[in-house]
Design a protein around this ligand. Structure first.
Ligand code: PGA
Length: 235
C-alpha cells in the first residue's frame, strides 16, 4: 500500500530533517515494504537517505525561467526529487489552478518520468447531490490527464473532509474508490481527515490502496504508526 504524508506549509528544514531521520530509522529496522512518500514544501527540499521518498507538493511545468515565486524542475532535480503531487484541492481552490493548468503540469512531469500522485475531490454541495453527481464531478477533474501513464496514483480527497475531522462513511469511500479505480485503472488513495484512529478501517477497504494524510502525518510517531498499520492488513 501507499502511505503518503502531505506537510502542506508546515515544518522547517530542521524539523523535516528530524522527521525523516526518525521515519527512515524505522524503515531501516523494520521489514515494512509499503510505499512511504512525504510531500514537503519547496523550502524544505533536501537530500534523504534510503527510506521514505521525499516528494514535491507542486512545481511549475518548466525547467526554469521567469515565474516569480514558483519552483521548477531544476530545483527538484538538485535534490533528486522524482515524485510530485498534482491537482491538490487547495491549489485548485485557493490558488485558482484550472483543470487546464493542472493537466499541463501533469503532461510536463509525465514527460520527465515523475511518479505522480494526482488528486481529485468534490466540494460539499456536490457531495449533497449524491454518488452519481460526485462521480461526474470527479470525471471532470480527470479531463486532459493521460491515464495510460503508468507511474501514477490517484488520490480521492473530498474537499469537505480535508482538515475538518469529517469523513464519508466507509461504504461511501469504498464505493467512490471502486468507481475511480475502474475508470482509471490506477492505485487509489483516500485522503481527508485520515487519523491514527481511522486509518486501519480505511486501509482495510477493498478498493483502498493507500492514504494521503495531512495534519495527522505531522508527528513522526503517528506516521510510523500508519506505516505499521499497513503491515497488519491482509487483503
Ligand atoms: P488532512 O489533509 O489529512 O489534514 O485532512 C489531507 C490532504 O489535504 O491531503
Amino acid at each position: 500500500m501507499i502511505i503518503a504524508a502531505n506537510f502542506k506549509a508546515c515544518k522547517t528544514r530542521v524539523q523535516t530533517q528530524a522527521y525523516f531521520d526518525q521515519v527512515n530509522a524505522y524503515l531501516r529496522q523494520s521489514d515494512n515494504q509499503h510505499e512511504s512518500i512525504v510531500f514537503v514544501p519547496a523550502s524544505t527540499f533536501m537530500h534523504t537517505t534510503i527510506g521514505a521518498t521525499l516528494g514535491a507538493q507542486n512545481a511549475y511545468p518548466v525547467a526554469n525561467g521567469a515565474f516569480t515565486g514558483e519552483t521548477a524542475l531544476d530545483q527538484l532535480e538538485e535534490f533528486g526529487i522524482k515524485t510530485i503531487l498534482i491537482g491538490h484541492s487547495e491549489r485548485r481552490q485557493l490558488l485558482g489552478e484550472s483543470q487546464e493548468a493542472v493537466a499541463a503540469k501533469f503532461a510536463f512531469f509525465k514527460k520527465q518520468g515523475f511518479r505522480i500522485c494526482y488528486c481529485i475531490g468534490e466540494p460539499i454541495e456536490v457531495k449533497e447531490q449524491g454518488h452519481d453527481t460526485v462521480i461526474k464531478y470527479l470525471e471532470k477533474e480527470l479531463v486532459g490527464i493521460d491515464l495510460a501513464y503508468e507511474n501514477m496514483m490517484v488520490a480521492y480527497e473530498p474537499i469537505w473532509a480535508i482538515g475538518t475531522g469529517l469523513t464519508p462513511t466507509n461504504g461511501e469511500i469504498d464505493a467512490i474508490l471502486g468507481d475511480v479505480k475502474s475508470k482509471t485503472g490506477k492505485e487509489i488513495l483516500y485522503g481527508g481527515s485520515v487519523k491514527t484512529g481511522n486509518v486501519k478501517e480505511i486501509l482495510s477497504l477493498k478498493n483502498c490502496d493507500g492514504v494521503l494524510v495531512g495534519s495527522a502525518s505531522l508527528v513522526a510517531e503517528d506516521y510510523i504508526m500508519m506505516l505499521e498499520t499497513a503491515q497488519q492488513i491482509q487483503k
